[in-house]
Design a binder for this molecule. Structure first.
Ligand SMILES: [Zn+2]
Length: 411
């Protein structure tokens, strides 16, 4: 029930002031693609319940799936498969190299460095780097690119080891990792230890304000334990002796924040303005989150209704984007093989597998032009411009896309 007090402690501040925001039912792990041998076997599901802490203003899910189950499988996400992600990383690193005067005597660490998509920019500029990532497949891809990478989880222990070896960083990157961390306190303490006194941690997280404004409920899944506002982040870092001094809003992943965290308390005028905006919105109060659940239910009903009408008209429907948010959208909306013929994805490691839970098969994007389904549900709506550009031929031939959020729309 929305608004009900929850029997749990906050992931960040340990307070018991948690109230229920939304329940998305039991769903499989959103990245756990299913092979053809597994498709008839049992599949683990976990509750997906969202709550809000009125003490530190952090929205979070209640279930913690062990990280070994989430991240140490044959992890299928390669950052380099997305032009948007690669370009965002390039812009980010070029700006830092110029403004912080980084060179061969500098040292850059990236947490959750994936396949080296970001650090390769520093390597090309002759700046020493270390990537850290627990997933063996992406670590291998990074090493093949010449990006030194440790196959480890980052936390307090590894930070202390690095500090003892004299490996403190001028810049610590961490994109889309903070929300994944079960031991949030240990992770932030680790950043404080691994960072030089005049260093900066540059961390990207999805912005809860964009999530709620645009009904992006499909970005809520078991990997994402926390959903951050600038207010919540300011509280978090301060309680570990770090200061969130500046922030940049990015369109990537449906709306993200690039955070600039230092060891001195020196907030920019811009972050003061963002904090004032959040205050105005009431982002630290439960009322802001109350309607979110109802809006999500309305969206799901609308999307199911639209796709149902198209099927009733005899239309053929496929989908684009076999990522975690796609699995969440399909499982929470109960859109399966009765509606979709297949899902396409650029990642060759996913092709031939099946979406978790709903078991829709995954194929290559080229199939859209060959097969010409009438409609394609764009599960990867966060890469809308990129995908619509790539699929110009499909659209020229009369193919249509259904964009599910912020409300279902045909283009
Ligand atoms: Zn809290």
């Amino acid at each position: 029930m929305i608004g009900e007090k929850v029997d749990a402690n906050c992931r960040a501040c340990r307070s018991s002031e948690l109230r229920s925001v939304l329940s998305l039912g039991n769903t499989p792990l959103a990245d756990a693609l299913v092979s053809s041998e597994e498709v008839d076997g049992p599949e683990a599901t976990y509750p997906l319940d969202v709550a809000f802490c009125s003490n530190c203003a952090l929205m979070q899910i209640l279930e913690t799936v062990p990280p070994e189950e989430l991240f140490c499988r044959d992890y299928p996400y390669f950052s380099s498969f997305s032009d948007t992600v690669v370009n965002n990383a390039k812009e980010n690193t070029e700006h830092l190299i110029a403004t912080r005067d980084l060179g061969k005597d500098s040292f850059v660490i990236e947490l959750a460095s994936n396949d080296g998509y970001l650090l390769q920019n520093y390597v090309k500029a002759g700046i020493p780097v270390l990537g850290i990532d627990p997933a063996d497949t992406v670590v291998k891809a990074a090493l093949d690119k010449g990006v030194p990478t440790l196959e480890r989880f980052f936390g307090l222990d590894l930070a202390r080891e690095l500090a003892e070896e004299g490996k403190k960083a001028d810049v610590i990157h961490g994109n889309n990792v903070l929300a994944h961390v079960a031991d949030l306190g240990g992770f932030v303490d680790g950043i404080a230890i691994a960072l030089k006194d005049d260093g900066v941690a540059v961390i990207e997280v999805p912005y809860v304000r964009d999530l709620i404004d645009h009904n992006e409920f499909d970005t809520i899944y078991h990997e994402h334990l926390c959903y951050f506002s600038v207010t919540a982040l300011t509280n978090l870092f301060r309680s570990h002796g770090l200061y969130l001094n500046d922030v940049k809003r990015l369109p990537i992943h449906g709306g993200s924040l690039r955070l600039f965290i230092e060891k001195k308390d020196a907030p920019t005028d811009y972050i003061k303005q963002v904090l004032a905006e959040e205050q105005e919105l009431g982002i630290d109060e439960f009322d802001y989150y109350r309607n979110f659940g109802q809006n999500v239910e309305k969206l799901i009903t609308g999307l199911r209704g639209l796709l149902g009408e198209l099927k009733a008209d005899g239309k053929r429907i496929a989908a684009y984007g076999a990522a975690a948010k796609g699995a969440t959208m399909l499982n929470c909306s109960k859109i399966g093989t009765d509606v979709l013929d297949y899902v396409v994805d650029r990642n060759v490691h996913k092709q031939g597998l099946f979406m978790p839970g709903v078991h829709v098969p995954i194929d290559a994007p080229e199939k859209l032009v060959e097969d010409m389904p009438d409609y394609v549900l764009l599960l990867a709506w966060n890469f809308k411009d990129e995908v619509l550009g790539q699929q110009a031929e499909f659209r020229d031939k009369g193919g249509k896309f259904v964009i599910p959020v912020p409300e279902p729309q045909v283009v």
